[in-house]
Design a protein around this ligand. Sequence first.
Ligand code: GDP
Ligand code: IMO
Ligand code: MG
Length: 425
Amino acid sequence: MSNIVVVGSQWGDEGKGKIVDFLAKDADIIARYQGGDNAGHTIVVGDEKFIFHLIPSGILYPDKKCVIGNGVVLSPKVLFEEIENLRSRGIYVGDNLLISDRTHLIMPYHLLIESYDENKRGTKKIGTTGKGIGPAYMDKAGRLGIRVGDLLDFNAFIEKLDLNLPIKARLLSESDSWIKSMRSAIIEEYKVYSEKIKPFVTDTSLFIYDAVKSGKKIIFESAQGTLLDIDVGTYPYCTSSNSIAGGVCTGLGISPTMIDKVLGVAKAYTTRVGSGPFPTEMPAEMNERIRQKGQEFGATTGRPRRCGWFDAVAVRYSSRINGFSSIAITKLDVLDELDKLNICVGYKYKGKIIDNFPSQLGALDGVEPIYEQVEGWQTDTSNIRDYNDLPKNARKYVEKISQLLELKIDFIAIGPKREQIIEIQ
Ligand code: GDP
Ligand code: IMO
Ligand code: MG
């Protein structure tokens, strides 16, 4: 194995956490490069379920290093809650966690700004996770951001806070007394974080560079999915970072030559949380059936996920953008009971067949999916570990996907547990 990027190929929640956890056993370092605690990556080991928001999905292996890169936006509150929670469950978190000093901080006012913006959008709400992600990236791009490194020099932190607060007060139509109380509350809270975060902070770009030079193996863990990427996703119904493989270089401060392989993760169907176009969304009854069977409720917000058929046009687009070397198909077991399944093989737009994913939201909203119907297998697949033991129609289904994507399938997940995976050589 070499240095692998694990990327979501749809609208997030593809099962990246499970795949990263599986690959992590043969790696040395697991690094997050973007997003924040909008992510919810689930790993089930035995009877225990872990949901990671900020900490990379390699932390369950005590001998691996986990890195939070400069491209992440970090809520210290969530970070320390996550660390405490893991420690209380007997998971070691200490010198195995490294945080970039260039990582931007999520501040309490980011959550207020996000809530204000979402309310203003009315019916055109993005349906964000409400974690302050967008406003934190706005400050980063606007060069107003406060970084983890600033916490190490608390005077610098206060200076930057004092620059920000009047600007935020104006944005939120708040008064001088708001500035005063916000200032003292933030100083009190973040002073504690500044002490607690110290042992974890380092130049992670250099750490990864040295590790690669000495032959260490790295998993780059994306959050969200390609269709939620700020540049190539379904803008504006997307997140605020580059979740695609290209984000690894900027989000960790490393060279593209350090990446050997890009593994796409795709659910055997499609889900989406929040608003925005979704060509293959299922009718209400089928939507609910898949939601219940797949337990499609947000790992971060608990919101019901919208469910749809597998969309080969969308995943082919993801494959092109990320340059997938191969793919992992997850949650095949969720389709076990169906007698017929649809696969979207193309779109029709204004009477014409198109096979590219449209860049304009208006067009995507107006496309009509072209389905190919295939027979179901109506057999429980959750205990199968060998590809050849899968029912014939299940093999036909994944082979159809593989053929449409022109990609080899490396893994098929058939349940949430660590061992519920089929590796295809
Ligand atoms: P991530 O954000 O991409 O890591 O995915 P999430 O953890 O948000 O959502 C995936 C959900 O599906 C979690 O509840 C996982 O435990 C679960 N899961 C992952 N793989 C499988 C699978 O193959 N079958 C089933 N039934 N559940 C799975
Ligand atoms: P993981 O890593 C699914 C969605 C939100 C919303 C949009 C913008 O678990 O796959 P944000 O809070 O990022 O500004 O919200 O993006 N979203 C996700 N959907 N999985 C995620 O992460 C997501 N992170 C953000 O629902 O539509
Ligand atoms: Mg998730």
